[in-house]
Design a protein around this ligand. Structure first.
Ligand SMILES: Nc1ncnc2c1ncn2[C@@H]1O[C@H](COP(=O)(O)OP(=O)(O)O)[C@@H](O)[C@H]1O
Ligand SMILES: [Mg+2]
Length: 344
């Protein structure tokens, strides 16, 4: 099956300019500019769930905001349904790409009942006629696993998981093609997380949605996504099908993320090394490969060559100059690990 891209970014950068006084302690090189995104290439295919995974601060939310149009990139290209998006978005293209946030409480108006909130959206975007609003609202609530009686309730009356369901109902109310979900389960109890992940799977299946699902933890997306993109310090460093990422990771950072999943470490096929707790600051991106200061496989070449994200097998991209050697490189002995104490 050939994949059809619905959303594509190429060479996207986002630099934040921060007052020099604040940056001087971080960097002497380019005071004032923080490279939140530093040349991102990625495509979301029609009908897939693509996971975007990386440590906190790697630029995931910045990329999510650029995709929904709430932040402008510093440079780079954005394509939606094969067309370049430049400048302000057409009202219809912003309707078709909806966002779900980590904290549903801050994204829901506490003074509006669920019914009023859905009604406002359905009428504003002319999704249904006024007399059909109630039936459509109930249909949306049922689709996210809530009952009709939620219509008259306010956000504060729900649990965290239920509030996330309401936020999802609101996002799908306007019949988008694409959902960008920015860590939508990170704030929820583990027992609730699984039920919300199932909801995303059923929405993908029933509505044919294309979903970019952001997470800081690979374990969350293992049974959810069809593909995984791994982000490190403002770049995508590996992309592959989910099963391939777990069984045949071709970037040392991806290996470290997999090995940081506790329940997998016993059967891990990867070199077990533990990452230093903090990634470098995006004020001062390391030269060469940006991962080299934390990488147990780094060679001299890695300290001078900034590797591009390149195809190493069909559908599998890696930004590591040693990608082809990784499966045969010996495991890193625990004693030589980068930092035994650190964790992700
Ligand atoms: N509005 C902003 N102004 C300045 N720096 C920002 C802003 N938003 C994000 N950043 C910085 O950009 C980097 C990436 O942040 P973010 O996209 O939120 O990462 P993630 O979602 O992966 O945790 C971080 O270093 C963060 O501090
Ligand atoms: Mg974030």
């Amino acid at each position: 099956m050939t994949a059809t891209p619905v959303l594509r970014v190429a060479g996207v950068t986002k630099w934040y300019h921060v007052p020099t006084a604040l940056t001087s302690k971080f960097s002497s090189k380019t005071p004032g500019s923080l490279r939140a995104l530093d040349g991102v290439d990625l495509q979301l295919n029609k009908g897939e769930i693509l996971a975007l995974v990386g440590e906190s601060g790697s630029g995931k939310s910045t990329l999510a905001k650029i995709l929904v149009g709430s932040t402008k990139p510093t440079s780079g290209e954005l394509e939606y349904d094969g067309e370049h998006i430049t400048g302000a978005r057409h009202k219809d293209s912003s309707r078709r790409i909806q966002m779900v946030f980590q904290d549903p409480y801050s994204s829901l108006n506490p003074r509006m009942s669920v019914g009023d909130m859905l009604k406002e959206l359905l009428l504003l975007h002319k999704i249904v006629r006024r007399r059909e609003v109630r039936a459509e609202s109930i249909r949306l609530l049922n689709m996210v696993g809530l009952e009709e009686d939620a219509l008259d309730a306010y956000p504060s009356q729900f649990s965290g998981g239920q509030r996330q369901r309401i936020a999802i109902a609101r996002a799908i109310a306007v019949r988008p093609d694409i959902l960008i979900a920015d860590e939508p389960v990170s704030a929820l109890d583990v027992s609730v997380q699984a039920t919300i992940l199932e909801l995303f799977t059923s929405l993908q299946r029933e509505l044919g949605l294309s979903i970019l699902f952001v997470a800081h933890n690979l374990a969350v997306v293992q049974h959810l996504s069809q593909r995984v993109a791994v982000m490190y310090l403002g770049r995508i460093v590996e992309v592959a099908d989910t099963a391939e990422i777990f069984s045949n990771p071709r970037h040392p950072y991806t290996r470290a993320l997999i090995d940081s999943i506790p329940r997998m470490s016993a059967e891990s096929v990867n070199a077990s090394f533990v990452l230093d707790g903090e990634p470098p600051s995006p004020f001062d991106v390391p030269s060469g490969c940006r991962f080299n200061p934390r990488c147990p496989y780094a060679t001299d070449a890695c300290r001078t060559t900034d590797p591009a994200l390149e195809s190493i097998a069909p559908g599998h991209l890696s930004a590591c100059i040693r990608a082809s050697e990784l499966p045969i490189l010996p495991l890193v002995p625990k004693a030589n690990a980068v930092n035994q104490q650190g964790s992700l």
